[in-house]
Every structure is written in structure tokens, then in C-alpha cells.
Design a protein around this ligand. Structure first.
Ligand SMILES: [Zn+2]
Length: 390
């Protein structure tokens, strides 16, 4: 009886002891899991020098200040729509510190998406030949679509921008709204593509107008270099797809485009002598196999001719709407022998995993096809073994 009583009395202590041990084991396991995770970070081997340590302390101090402010005000920008937080982020001390720091390269940038919208509107209003679609709803055009036309040659519904500005004083503001996103954009990746495509349709024939293109590129690069970005990889077709009022699209030789690129780089090197620019050629993922194979052959030939400019190959456009990467896999698998025959390499830099809908499987193909980098990717979609292959 006494023994039983003793056990009963000691039981809570035993349980407590077991729990303590279990908790110590748990903490050990937790630290080990976090170590394994940290070891996979790209920067885990970087050791900071004394000045970097000083800057890091300053950044951490500012970060802690912001976090306590966010907790007090119940406002956390990364959990919000970016456009609801953009002005706030740009007003923080951390932002101006980061803005001054050297960034290395911007590795994912589309020509049409690098626009300075204010510059676009101003320039569109300067050119007498620039027109904008301001007519009734029409499946062929979107409101605000820009294109240069000879006098009297514009299709119905297109009007000179100068005339529109005179007629509607709010035209410039409306055009700016039509080519930018704001805090009202709060949808998923499929809906957002409708907005993207409408904006790209509005500015494509503006950007590719031969008298506009060099200035557009220069303005975009000016902004990047002002943010201390030293290297740019631009996703754009490496073809001279410009047009003028005398020459239709595709009529200009490639040398013209290369000369525009050279001048753009020379201009930035006046500010940053080490500035570099490379092109990742893009075609559209909804094209058929034969067309993409033709494009790959032409791009490999371009790579042989301009290895200093051309870095790799990519297919763009909405993932859920276009063809899956598996649809193009056979075509990509043909590249090896073509590259060997031509004596050049054209690596893939595929756009995959940007969908938050159904097209996640594209990531497996991107990895298996040996893409050097994957486009805007929700990395959490991948399972651990696939991440290891990446
Ligand atoms: Zn992209």
C-alpha cells in the first residue's frame, strides 16, 4: 500500500521529468531543422566585412523599429496588396538605404514592363503622328491603345493624341491610369493577366515605334542605374521588330537593334563604367511546336552571331492559358544536337511557376529540361526532392 502511495505521489514528477526531456529534445530537433533550412539559403556562405556588419546593424535597427510600428498600428505591408503599401514602403528609411546599396543584377525584366508610365504619356503626347484608340468598344482594339500612323491613315476610332488632349483635358491622366495598376487591382494570377495583356496591347506599338524605342529603353535603364543596379537581363525578342511610318514591322535589319543596344549601354557606362546588359530572347508559349522550333533555330544562329548580347531562351505569356511546358518539351530536347552542330549554347531561362492556379506541373518540366533559372516562381510549389535538383 505504501509503495502504491509513493508511486502515486511521484507520478506527476515523473511526467514532469518526461515532459522536460521531451521539450529539450523538441528544441534540439527544432534547431536542427532550422540549421538544415538555413544551410540551403543562397547566402549562407557569405561572411560580412566590418563595414557591412555596421550597415547590417543599422538595417536591423530600422527593421525592428518598423516591425514594432506595424504591430502597434496593425499594418503589415508584405501581407497587403503591393499597391496599397507602395507609397509607404518608398517613404521608409530602409527603402532609401537599400536604394543606395549596389544591387548586382536585375535578372527578370520585360521590355514592355520596364516602362516609366509618366514618360510614356509625355512622349505619346509629343509626337504628332502618335494616335490612341478612343472609339467604341471593338474586339480588335483596347481603349488607349497607342500606335503611330501617317496623317489620315489611322483606322476608325484612332485619333492623334495631341487632338485628344485638346478635346479632353483629362486625356493624359486617363491614359496614365490605363497603362498602370493601382490599389484597386486585387485579383488572382488569371485575372491579372487580362489587365497585363490590355496594357501590353496599349503600349506595344508605341514602344516598338522606331523613333520611340531608343528613348524608351534609355529611360528604363536610367531608372535602374539610379537605383544602383549594375547588370540587366532583358526579356525581349532578339529580333529587330521595330516599325516606322516608312517601314512596316520586321523590316529593319538586326544591326539596327544591336546598335541601339550598344548606344544604350554606352550611355549608362558614363554613370557606371561596369554596367552590363544581356538579352534573354522570348517567344510566346501558345505557339505551335513547328513555329517554336523555327524560332529556336533562328535564335541559335543569332547566338552564334551575337554571343556577347544573347544570353538564353524563354517562352512567355500566361501559363494557364498558353501551352504547358510539357507541350514544348520535345522541341527543347532537340536543342542539344542543334547547339552541338552550331558550336554554341543557348540555355533555357523558362517562365514557369508564376501561376497560382493549375499550371504548377510546368515546374517539373522546367527543372528536368535544365532551365538555368525559373521565372517568377512560387517556390513553395516544389517538393523538397525537386528543390534539390534545382
Ligand atoms: Zn516575367
Amino acid at each position: 500500500m505504501k509503495k502504491i502511495l509513493l508511486v502515486l505521489l511521484l507520478f506527476p514528477l515523473l511526467i514532469h521529468g518526461q515532459t522536460e526531456q521531451k521539450y529539450a529534445d523538441y528544441l534540439g530537433l527544432r534547431a536542427a531543422v532550422m540549421d538544415v533550412d538555413s544551410a540551403m539559403y543562397f547566402d549562407q556562405a557569405i561572411r560580412l566585412n566590418p563595414q557591412e556588419i555596421q550597415l547590417n546593424k543599422l538595417l536591423q535597427k530600422e527593421q525592428a523599429k518598423l516591425l514594432s510600428h506595424y504591430k502597434a498600428t496593425h499594418f503589415f505591408p508584405p501581407a497587403r496588396n503591393f499597391y496599397q503599401s507602395k507609397a509607404h514602403i518608398e517613404g521608409t528609411k530602409i527603402f532609401s538605404l537599400i536604394q543606395q546599396m549596389p544591387k548586382g543584377g536585375i535578372l527578370h525584366l520585360h521590355l514592355l514592363a520596364m516602362a516609366d508610365a509618366e514618360w510614356v504619356v509625355k512622349k505619346a503626347l509629343e509626337l504628332p503622328e502618335m494616335h490612341s484608340y478612343w472609339g467604341e468598344a471593338d474586339p480588335r482594339f483596347v481603349k488607349g491603345q497607342l500606335q503611330a500612323f501617317k496623317k489620315g491613315k489611322a483606322p476608325a476610332g484612332f485619333f492623334p493624341t495631341k487632338k485628344l488632349q485638346k478635346q479632353y483635358p483629362a486625356f493624359a491622366d486617363s491614359l496614365f491610369q490605363l497603362i498602370t495598376f493601382d490599389e484597386n487591382i486585387d485579383r488572382d494570377s488569371v485575372d491579372i493577366w487580362y489587365e497585363f495583356e490590355a496594357i501590353f496591347q496599349r503600349i506595344y506599338r508605341f514602344v516598338t515605334y522606331e523613333p520611340v524605342y531608343p528613348g524608351y529603353l534609355e529611360r528604363g535603364l536610367d531608372l535602374l542605374v539610379a537605383d544602383n543596379i549594375q547588370h540587366v537581363e532583358l526579356r525581349v525578342p532578339f529580333r529587330n521588330h521595330l516599325y516606322s511610318l516608312k517601314q512596316p514591322g520586321g523590316g529593319f535589319p538586326i544591326e539596327g537593334l544591336v546598335s541601339i543596344l550598344e548606344q544604350a549601354v554606352d550611355k549608362q557606362r558614363q554613370t557606371d563604367p561596369y554596367f552590363t546588359l544581356k538579352i534573354i530572347h522570348t517567344d510566346l508559349r501558345f505557339k505551335n511546336n513547328a513555329t517554336i522550333w523555327q524560332d529556336i533555330q533562328e535564335t541559335v544562329a543569332m547566338k552564334k552571331r551575337y554571343p556577347e548580347w544573347l544570353k538564353g531562351y524563354d517562352l512567355v505569356a500566361e501559363e494557364d492559358n498558353g501551352e504547358a511546358t510539357l507541350f514544348h518539351a520535345k522541341t527543347f530536347l532537340r536543342m542539344d544536337s542543334l547547339e552541338a552542330a552550331m558550336g554554341v549554347e543557348l540555355p533555357l531561362y523558362l517562365h514557369d511557376g508564376e501561376s497560382d492556379w493549375a499550371s504548377v506541373a510546368n515546374l517539373y518540366d522546367a527543372v528536368l529540361l535544365g532551365t538555368r533559372r525559373i521565372g517568377p516562381v512560387s517556390y513553395t510549389h516544389l517538393t523538397l526532392p525537386t528543390k534539390r535538383i534545382v
